[in-house]
Every structure is written in structure tokens, then in C-alpha cells.
Design a protein. Structure first.
Length: 269
């Protein structure tokens, strides 16, 4: 049952154009070995967003090649113009040449930050090419980083710790509790670092007890609600969220105020 909260924000959603959505979602499923039950389309996300009682969905996609950056950013910006409940993050690829220019273009398109996925982009999260990019973003726009995977070293928490210490004024969402599938390592490296963390693709594996423990360990003021659509349905993830043993104040913080702090903007109905 959906409980009352002034504003609810889902900070982590992937969307794709209709003509490639099936192929893109299938690729994600293969990458993680998960059966995907959602379509990854804008229309479905809007429907699920309404069913879940969400007011905003932060949407993004990932460029696997540098020549995909501009096309993806244009698509995300277009969807945000058409759907006011969407907040858009741009993508970047480590080998895209004009990073500074694309940051300026993303801002002009009304995009609110950037999303990177080091594991699927096959680049270390603290690679020099990305460190250059973080330097350009610091103090200007937030960045969301896929973090953690027991199969790879690209986004290991020790690498995340390195970039956080190099850029203390960069607003970072270390997605998936800072270390998908290696949550305890994330605690070891990131507990005392300055960053946000979303809970997407985490509580489904961790269960309510461990999810609650991690939220309280890091502090609700650092935690963001996220569903990781189309990996999971926002409706089901919202139901899971309310199984956690959180106070109403902590719930409101995770669903609303942490997103405001991360994005540095007020969010209201």
C-alpha cells in the first residue's frame, strides 16, 4: 500500500526509443543474467510512475560508443520537454572528444546532470579520461555512477573512493548502495565519503532488514530512492521500499529531500 509523502522521486530509470527498446532491454538482461519484464519505453514508464504514486522520474540512457552520445542526449532532452515529470540526465563516453562542449549543450537542452556506467562502457571509474570529465562537472552538475559488480574491477569502491577524494565538490550518486553485489566492500570504502547513494537494484537482493541497516548506516540524508527501471518495476520497488523499517521522516528524506539536495533544486507537485 502506498503511504503518504509530499513528493516522491525515482532517481534511477533507463528509457529507450520505441524502435530499439526491445533490443536494448534484452541486452541489459543478458548483461546481468536477469529476465526483464518491462519494456524500457517511455509510455510504460509513465504508466508505472502513475501507478507507483511517483511525482518525478529521473531518466537516462548509456552511450556504449562515443558516436551515440549526441543522439541519446537529444532523445532524453526531447522526452523531458514532452513529459514534465521527467528529469533528464545526459550520457557521456570516455572517448567522446568535446566533453566540455557537450556539457554546455546538455545544459542548454535543459538536462540536469550526467549518468555513466563504467562496467558496460568498459572503463575504470577513475580513468584519466573520466577524471578530466569530473573536473569539468565539479560545482556545476551532478553525476550518477553505476557502482560495483563482483565480475569487474571497473567500478570497484576503491576506485570510487579515489574520484570522490579528488573531487570533493562533485555531487555524486554512487548507484546501487555504492557497490552492486559487493555492498560490504562499498561500506568499507565509502561509509565516510561525501556522496549520495541510490538503492536501485539492491533491496530486491538484500531484503528489508539489510536494506534498512544500510540506509541507517549511511544516513537517510545520503540515500535516494531508485527503481532501476526497466530492470524492475517502479510499482514493485515502491512496495519493497515500504517494507523497510524506516520512520516516516526517513521515508520522506529518501523519497524527496535527498533528491532535492543531490539535484540542488526544489521539487514540488
Amino acid at each position: 500500500m502506498i503511504k503518504e509523502s509530499p513528493v516522491r522521486v525515482d532517481i534511477h530509470n533507463h528509457i529507450y526509443p520505441e524502435k530499439i527498446a526491445d533490443r536494448a532491454v534484452a541486452g541489459v538482461g543478458r548483461f546481468y543474467g536477469v529476465v526483464m519484464n518491462c519494456t524500457g519505453t517511455v509510455d510504460e514508464l509513465l504508466r508505472l510512475q502513475e501507478q507507483a504514486g511517483l511525482d518525478y522520474s529521473l531518466v537516462h540512457s548509456v552511450a556504449l560508443k562515443p558516436d551515440q552520445v549526441i543522439t541519446i542526449n537529444d532523445f532524453i532532452a526531447e522526452q523531458c520537454r514532452e513529459h514534465p515529470s521527467f528529469i533528464g540526465f545526459a550520457t557521456m563516453h570516455q572517448d567522446f572528444e568535446d566533453k566540455a562542449g557537450e556539457i554546455e549543450r546538455a545544459i542548454s537542452l535543459g538536462l540536469s546532470g550526467f549518468k555513466l556506467h563504467p562496467d558496460s562502457q568498459e572503463v575504470n571509474i577513475d580513468d584519466d579520461r573520466l577524471m578530466e570529465f569530473y573536473a569539468l562537472l565539479e560545482g556545476r552538475l551532478p553525476v550518477m555512477l553505476h557502482c560495483g559488480d563482483y565480475r569487474y574491477d571497473y567500478s570497484h569502491p576503491r576506485r570510487t573512493k579515489h574520484l570522490l577524494q579528488e573531487f570533493p565538490n562533485l555531487a555524486v550518486d554512487c548507484a546501487h548502495f555504492g557497490g552492486w553485489s559487493i555492498y560490504d566492500l562499498a561500506v568499507e570504502y565509502l561509509q565516510d565519503e561525501h556522496c549520495f547513494m541510490d538503492i536501485s537494484s539492491a533491496s530486491v537482493w538484500l531484503g528489508p532488514r539489510r536494506t534498512t541497516e544500510l540506509i541507517k548506516l549511511y544516513g537517510a540524508e545520503r540515500i535516494l530512492f531508485g527503481s532501476d527501471y526497466p530492470m524492475w518495476s517502479p510499482v514493485e520497488e515502491m512496495e519493497r521500499f515500504y517494507l523497510n523499517n524506516l520512520t516516516s521522516i526517513e521515508q520522506e528524506q529518501v523519497l524527496w529531500h535527498s533528491a532535492e539536495a543531490y539535484l540542488d533544486r526544489e521539487l514540488s507537485r
